[in-house]
Design a protein around this ligand. Structure first.
Ligand SMILES: CC(C)(COP(=O)(O)OP(=O)(O)OC[C@H]1O[C@@H](n2cnc3c(N)ncnc32)[C@H](O)[C@@H]1OP(=O)(O)O)[C@@H](O)C(=O)NCCC(=O)NCCS
Length: 143
C-alpha cells in the first residue's frame, strides 16, 4: 500500500521501517483490517515530536486506504484513532502535510475538520552515509 501512496517499497523495507517506527516511543501506527479475512486495507502513522517552535502537537505522517475500499469510512476511522491517541498524549493540535497532487485528500481532510494553513516547497538533498553512525560531524561534535 506504500506504492498507492507514491512510495513503492519492498516487504523487507517495510518490515525494517515498521520495526524502527514501533521502537520509537513518539510514533504510532494503526491498521484497518477487512473482516473476517484480516487483510490490511488501510493504515495511518502519527507522531508526537518535541519542537522548539510549537507546543506539543501531533502530526499525521502517513495515511492510505486501499483503493478498493475507499469511500466507506475507513480513512475517517483511522483519523479518529490517531486523534484519540494524540489527545491522550496531551496534544490539542494535529497537523499534516499533503501533496497538492493528491486531489482526493483535500476534500477528505476538510470534511474531517482540517484547514489548509499554508503551502510549502519541499526540499531534499542526498547525503553520503557515514560508515560509523556515531562519527563526529565536521565541527567535531557528536549529536
Ligand atoms: C484520502 C483517503 C485516505 C480517504 O480515505 P477513505 O476511506 O476513502 O475516506 P472516508 O470514506 O473515510 O471518507 C471520509 C469523508 O470524506 C469524504 N471524502 C473522502 N474522499 C473524498 C473525495 N475524494 N472527495 C470528496 N469527499 C471525500 C467522504 O465523503 C466522507 O464524508 P461523509 O462521511 O460525510 O460521507 C483515501 O482516498 C486515500 O488513501 N487516498 C490516497 C492516499 C492519500 O491521499 N493519502 C493522504 C495522504 S496525506
Amino acid at each position: 500500500m506504500c506504492g498507492q501512496l507514491g512510495y513503492p517499497s519492498s516487504m523487507e523495507e517495510v518490515e525494517l521501517r515498521l520495526a524502527e517506527t514501533l521502537a520509537d516511543g513518539g510514533s504510532a501506527i494503526w491498521v484497518a483490517e477487512e473482516r473476517p479475512r484480516g487483510n490490511v486495507i488501510g493504515w495511518i502513522q502519527a507522531a508526537v515530536r518535541p519542537l522548539v517552535v510549537l507546543d506539543r502537537h501531533a502530526e499525521i505522517e502517513g495515511l492510505v486506504v486501499d483503493v478498493r475500499y475507499r469511500g466507506r469510512g475507513v480513512g475517517r476511522l483511522l483519523i479518529q484513532e490517531a486523534e484519540f491517541w494524540a489527545r491522550r498524549k496531551g496534544c490539542d493540535l494535529v497537523s499534516l502535510r499533503s501533496n497538492v497532487a493528491r486531489q482526493e485528500a483535500r476534500p477528505f481532510y476538510e470534511k474531517l475538520g482540517y484547514s489548509v494553513i499554508k503551502t510549502q516547497w519541499t526540499f531534499r538533498k542526498v547525503l553520503e552515509v557515514f560508515r560509523t553512525p556515531d562519527a563526529a560531524g565536521p565541527s567535531g561534535m557528536n549529536h
